[in-house]
Design a binder for this molecule. Structure first.
Ligand SMILES: Nc1ncnc2c1ncn2[C@@H]1O[C@H](COP(=O)(O)OP(=O)(O)OP(=O)(O)O)[C@@H](O)[C@H]1O
Ligand SMILES: O=C(O)c1ccc[n+]([C@@H]2O[C@H](COP(=O)([O-])O)[C@@H](O)[C@H]2O)c1
Length: 216
């Protein structure tokens, strides 16, 4: 049963998203990307390949509702950094949540599936996000909107798999061997994708290269 989140206040008709076609499989990888790093690229490329996606949308958030925004570079600045970083015609960079008027993933994903009912979307997030997923707004509903691919991250696998959200959604977990069909599945459906691990984080990069990032 899918509960619909009202969108009237979003002015959603004006929102521009990357071009997509009915039947395509699209991974949506939301993130702060302050700055982007190879861990993001490895996750996006692994999801593209294993889930047999046609595109990955790097969805740059105006600001994660659960993170402090101190030292957060502008949305435009982060989008420029990601554009210079995420190569390949199947990688699309977008910041449409600002136009949509939400920072909350439930509203974003609800909007996408209503606007593009014939596109097969998958939400992509790191294992650290599954560990705290139960703190997200309408998290159970998010799991009902589209399949979720959780990409492994060093030191987070155990916390992710034993988290309240993972336990609540355990019966909807799909074996990794079926990754190629995740986008076709009726949600809730999720899997942990074992990928090449990267210990990189934006926090560590900000600590080592503050001058280059030009926080605004
Ligand atoms: N090294 C990594 N391996 C796998 N997934 C990652 C990695 N780094 C980030 N991710 C995932 O990519 C998405 C965007 O991450 P984000 O922009 O917050 O980077 P971050 O390095 O986690 O940032 P910060 O250190 O500022 O929290 C999130 O879903 C996050 O879980
Ligand atoms: O909707 C929420 O409550 C929510 C809470 C925390 C994070 N998110 C989203 O999760 C994505 C990953 O965020 P981050 O900061 O870990 O890169 C990004 O799209 C955020 O907007 C969403």
């Amino acid at each position: 049963m899918t509960r619909k989140i009202p969108l009237q206040s979003f002015g959603s008709l004006r929102v521009k998203t990357p071009f997509c076609l009915p039947g395509q499989r699209i991974g949506v990888m939301g993130g702060t990307f302050n700055p982007p790093h190879d861990g993001h690229r490895i996750a996006a490329e692994a999801a593209m390949k294993r889930l047999k996606l046609d595109q990955v949308w790097w969805l740059i958030t105006p600001g994660n509702p659960l993170k402090s925004h101190n030292g957060l570079s502008s949305l435009a600045g982060r989008m420029d950094l990601v554009r210079a970083f995420a190569h390949g015609p199947k990688m699309k960079i977008t910041g449409f949540e600002r136009e949509l008027g939400t920072r909350y993933t439930a509203g974003t994903l609800s909007f996408l599936t209503r606007r593009y009912p014939a596109v097969r979307f998958v939400w992509i997030m790191g294992a650290d996000n599954l560990a705290y997923f139960d703190r997200w707004q309408h998290w159970r509903h998010i799991a009902e909107i589209m399949p979720i691919a959780v990409v492994d991250r060093p030191n987070w696998r155990h916390a992710a798999l034993s988290s309240p959200a993972a336990r609540a959604l355990e019966r909807y977990r799909v074996p990794e061997s079926e990754a190629a069909s995740l986008a076709d599945r009726q949600p809730p459906a999720w899997m942990l994708l074992t990928i090449r691990l990267s210990g990189l984080s934006s926090t560590a990069l900000r600590a080592t290269k503050p001058a280059e990032l030009g926080a605004k």
